[in-house]
Write a protein that binds this ligand. Structure first.
Ligand SMILES: CC(C)(COP(=O)(O)OP(=O)(O)OC[C@H]1O[C@@H](n2cnc3c(N)ncnc32)[C@H](O)[C@@H]1OP(=O)(O)O)[C@@H](O)C(=O)NCCC(=O)NCCS
Length: 172
Protein backbone atom coordinates (compact mmCIF):
# COMPACT_ATOMS: atom_id res chain seq x y z
CA UNK A 1 0.00 0.00 0.00
CA UNK A 2 1.65 3.22 -1.15
CA UNK A 3 1.39 6.45 0.83
CA UNK A 4 3.16 9.80 0.68
CA UNK A 5 5.35 11.32 3.35
CA UNK A 6 7.69 14.29 3.52
CA UNK A 7 11.29 13.65 2.49
CA UNK A 8 13.95 14.36 5.12
CA UNK A 9 17.73 14.82 4.93
CA UNK A 10 18.23 11.17 5.96
CA UNK A 11 16.24 10.12 2.85
CA UNK A 12 18.82 11.59 0.45
CA UNK A 13 20.64 8.23 -0.11
CA UNK A 14 17.32 6.54 -1.02
CA UNK A 15 16.47 9.36 -3.43
CA UNK A 16 19.89 9.09 -5.08
CA UNK A 17 19.47 5.31 -5.31
CA UNK A 18 16.24 5.78 -7.28
CA UNK A 19 17.97 8.28 -9.56
CA UNK A 20 20.86 5.85 -10.15
CA UNK A 21 18.40 3.04 -10.94
CA UNK A 22 16.62 5.33 -13.40
CA UNK A 23 19.89 6.19 -15.16
CA UNK A 24 20.83 2.49 -15.39
CA UNK A 25 17.38 1.76 -16.85
CA UNK A 26 17.62 4.62 -19.36
CA UNK A 27 21.10 3.43 -20.40
CA UNK A 28 19.74 -0.11 -20.89
CA UNK A 29 17.20 1.38 -23.33
CA UNK A 30 19.89 3.37 -25.15
CA UNK A 31 18.33 6.59 -23.84
CA UNK A 32 21.60 8.17 -22.75
CA UNK A 33 20.84 11.76 -23.78
CA UNK A 34 18.45 12.52 -20.91
CA UNK A 35 20.51 11.96 -17.77
CA UNK A 36 23.81 10.68 -19.21
CA UNK A 37 25.40 7.34 -18.42
CA UNK A 38 26.96 7.85 -15.01
CA UNK A 39 25.26 7.41 -11.62
CA UNK A 40 23.80 10.74 -10.51
CA UNK A 41 24.97 9.93 -6.97
CA UNK A 42 28.52 10.50 -8.32
CA UNK A 43 27.62 14.04 -9.39
CA UNK A 44 28.43 16.45 -6.52
CA UNK A 45 26.06 19.12 -7.89
CA UNK A 46 23.18 16.65 -7.98
CA UNK A 47 23.96 15.42 -4.46
CA UNK A 48 24.10 19.01 -3.14
CA UNK A 49 20.83 19.88 -4.91
CA UNK A 50 19.09 16.82 -3.44
CA UNK A 51 20.38 17.67 0.05
CA UNK A 52 19.13 21.24 -0.37
CA UNK A 53 15.69 20.05 -1.56
CA UNK A 54 15.42 17.71 1.44
CA UNK A 55 16.47 20.48 3.85
CA UNK A 56 13.96 22.89 2.32
CA UNK A 57 11.07 20.41 2.62
CA UNK A 58 10.68 20.21 -1.16
CA UNK A 59 10.85 16.40 -1.43
CA UNK A 60 7.80 14.19 -1.12
CA UNK A 61 8.23 10.44 -1.09
CA UNK A 62 5.87 7.65 -2.14
CA UNK A 63 6.62 4.79 0.25
CA UNK A 64 5.51 1.17 0.41
CA UNK A 65 6.10 0.33 4.06
CA UNK A 66 9.65 1.59 4.62
CA UNK A 67 10.63 1.32 0.96
CA UNK A 68 10.86 4.54 -1.05
CA UNK A 69 9.14 3.79 -4.38
CA UNK A 70 8.91 7.27 -5.87
CA UNK A 71 10.08 10.84 -5.38
CA UNK A 72 8.45 14.16 -6.20
CA UNK A 73 10.49 17.34 -5.90
CA UNK A 74 8.68 20.67 -6.07
CA UNK A 75 9.70 24.31 -5.95
CA UNK A 76 10.18 27.23 -8.28
CA UNK A 77 10.92 26.99 -11.99
CA UNK A 78 14.44 26.19 -13.10
CA UNK A 79 16.42 29.17 -14.38
CA UNK A 80 16.55 27.95 -18.00
CA UNK A 81 12.80 27.97 -18.66
CA UNK A 82 10.62 31.03 -19.34
CA UNK A 83 9.25 32.30 -16.02
CA UNK A 84 5.53 31.87 -15.40
CA UNK A 85 3.41 35.02 -15.49
CA UNK A 86 1.41 33.90 -12.45
CA UNK A 87 2.10 32.03 -9.19
CA UNK A 88 2.88 28.40 -9.86
CA UNK A 89 4.20 25.18 -8.42
CA UNK A 90 6.98 23.59 -10.46
CA UNK A 91 7.74 19.88 -10.51
CA UNK A 92 11.54 19.80 -10.21
CA UNK A 93 11.90 16.02 -9.90
CA UNK A 94 9.82 12.94 -10.57
CA UNK A 95 11.25 9.45 -10.43
CA UNK A 96 9.83 6.06 -9.53
CA UNK A 97 11.38 2.75 -8.57
CA UNK A 98 11.69 0.47 -11.61
CA UNK A 99 10.20 -2.51 -9.76
CA UNK A 100 7.08 -0.36 -9.26
CA UNK A 101 6.72 0.74 -12.90
CA UNK A 102 3.22 0.78 -14.38
CA UNK A 103 1.61 0.79 -10.93
CA UNK A 104 0.53 4.42 -11.04
CA UNK A 105 3.17 5.73 -8.61
CA UNK A 106 3.97 8.67 -10.92
CA UNK A 107 0.28 9.63 -11.18
CA UNK A 108 -0.06 9.29 -7.41
CA UNK A 109 2.83 11.73 -6.91
CA UNK A 110 1.49 14.16 -9.52
CA UNK A 111 -1.88 14.09 -7.73
CA UNK A 112 0.03 15.09 -4.61
CA UNK A 113 1.67 17.96 -6.51
CA UNK A 114 -1.78 19.20 -7.55
CA UNK A 115 -2.92 18.96 -3.93
CA UNK A 116 0.13 20.93 -2.73
CA UNK A 117 -0.49 23.60 -5.37
CA UNK A 118 -4.13 24.00 -4.33
CA UNK A 119 -3.13 24.18 -0.64
CA UNK A 120 -0.77 27.03 -1.57
CA UNK A 121 -3.51 28.79 -3.51
CA UNK A 122 -1.67 28.31 -6.79
CA UNK A 123 -3.56 27.63 -10.03
CA UNK A 124 -0.71 26.51 -12.29
CA UNK A 125 1.45 23.38 -12.22
CA UNK A 126 4.44 23.19 -14.57
CA UNK A 127 7.14 20.63 -15.28
CA UNK A 128 9.88 20.23 -17.84
CA UNK A 129 11.38 17.12 -19.32
CA UNK A 130 13.79 15.82 -21.89
CA UNK A 131 12.34 16.23 -25.39
CA UNK A 132 13.55 13.12 -27.19
CA UNK A 133 12.67 12.81 -30.87
CA UNK A 134 9.98 10.24 -30.06
CA UNK A 135 8.51 12.55 -27.36
CA UNK A 136 8.27 9.61 -24.94
CA UNK A 137 8.36 11.67 -21.74
CA UNK A 138 6.42 14.56 -23.25
CA UNK A 139 3.70 12.05 -24.14
CA UNK A 140 3.76 10.67 -20.60
CA UNK A 141 3.09 14.13 -19.14
CA UNK A 142 0.41 14.83 -21.76
CA UNK A 143 -1.34 11.63 -20.64
CA UNK A 144 -1.13 13.04 -17.09
CA UNK A 145 -3.12 16.10 -18.19
CA UNK A 146 -0.30 18.53 -19.04
CA UNK A 147 -0.07 20.57 -22.25
CA UNK A 148 3.28 21.19 -23.95
CA UNK A 149 4.17 24.91 -23.96
CA UNK A 150 7.74 26.23 -24.41
CA UNK A 151 10.70 24.42 -25.96
CA UNK A 152 14.17 25.26 -24.64
CA UNK A 153 17.78 24.18 -25.03
CA UNK A 154 20.56 23.92 -22.48
CA UNK A 155 24.20 23.66 -23.53
CA UNK A 156 25.88 21.24 -21.14
CA UNK A 157 29.51 21.44 -19.99
CA UNK A 158 30.28 18.64 -22.46
CA UNK A 159 29.03 20.84 -25.30
CA UNK A 160 25.96 18.62 -25.81
CA UNK A 161 22.80 20.62 -26.45
CA UNK A 162 20.03 19.27 -24.21
CA UNK A 163 16.54 19.64 -25.69
CA UNK A 164 13.82 20.41 -23.18
CA UNK A 165 10.07 20.81 -23.19
CA UNK A 166 8.01 22.71 -20.63
CA UNK A 167 4.48 21.45 -19.92
CA UNK A 168 1.75 23.17 -17.97
CA UNK A 169 -1.48 22.16 -16.29
CA UNK A 170 -4.11 24.57 -15.07
CA UNK A 171 -5.74 23.54 -11.81
CA UNK A 172 -9.46 24.08 -11.35
C1 LIG B 1 8.53 9.15 -15.54
C2 LIG B 1 8.20 8.27 -14.34
C3 LIG B 1 8.32 9.04 -13.03
C4 LIG B 1 6.74 7.81 -14.51
O1 LIG B 1 6.44 6.85 -13.51
P1 LIG B 1 5.10 5.99 -13.58
O2 LIG B 1 3.93 6.90 -13.59
O3 LIG B 1 5.18 4.98 -12.50
O4 LIG B 1 5.11 5.33 -15.04
P2 LIG B 1 6.02 4.21 -15.69
O5 LIG B 1 7.34 4.09 -15.01
O6 LIG B 1 5.19 2.96 -15.79
O7 LIG B 1 6.29 4.84 -17.14
C5 LIG B 1 5.21 5.21 -18.01
C6 LIG B 1 5.69 5.14 -19.44
O8 LIG B 1 6.65 6.18 -19.67
C7 LIG B 1 7.85 5.64 -20.20
N1 LIG B 1 8.98 6.41 -19.66
C8 LIG B 1 9.17 6.74 -18.36
N2 LIG B 1 10.28 7.49 -18.24
C9 LIG B 1 10.79 7.62 -19.49
C10 LIG B 1 11.91 8.29 -19.99
N3 LIG B 1 12.75 8.99 -19.19
N4 LIG B 1 12.16 8.23 -21.32
C11 LIG B 1 11.31 7.56 -22.14
N5 LIG B 1 10.21 6.90 -21.72
C12 LIG B 1 9.96 6.94 -20.40
C13 LIG B 1 7.87 4.19 -19.69
O9 LIG B 1 8.68 3.38 -20.49
C14 LIG B 1 6.40 3.83 -19.80
O10 LIG B 1 6.10 3.56 -21.15
P3 LIG B 1 5.00 2.44 -21.55
O11 LIG B 1 3.71 2.95 -20.96
O12 LIG B 1 5.03 2.46 -23.03
O13 LIG B 1 5.48 1.18 -20.91
C15 LIG B 1 9.12 7.01 -14.25
O14 LIG B 1 8.91 6.22 -15.42
C16 LIG B 1 10.58 7.33 -14.14
O15 LIG B 1 11.09 7.40 -13.04
N6 LIG B 1 11.28 7.45 -15.29
C17 LIG B 1 12.73 7.65 -15.29
C18 LIG B 1 13.11 8.99 -14.72
C19 LIG B 1 12.47 10.13 -15.49
O16 LIG B 1 12.61 10.25 -16.71
N7 LIG B 1 11.75 10.99 -14.76
C20 LIG B 1 11.06 12.13 -15.33
C21 LIG B 1 12.00 13.29 -15.42
S1 LIG B 1 11.15 14.74 -16.07
Amino acid sequence: MTRIRAGRPEDVPAVLELLDDAVAWLVSLGRTDQWGTRPLSANPRRVALTEEQARDGELHLAVDGDLVVGVLGVGGATEYVPPAVEPELYVRLLVTRRAYAAKGVGSFLLDHARRLARERGVGLLRVDCFASEDRALVGYYERQGFTATDRFEVTLASGQVWQGQVLAQRLG
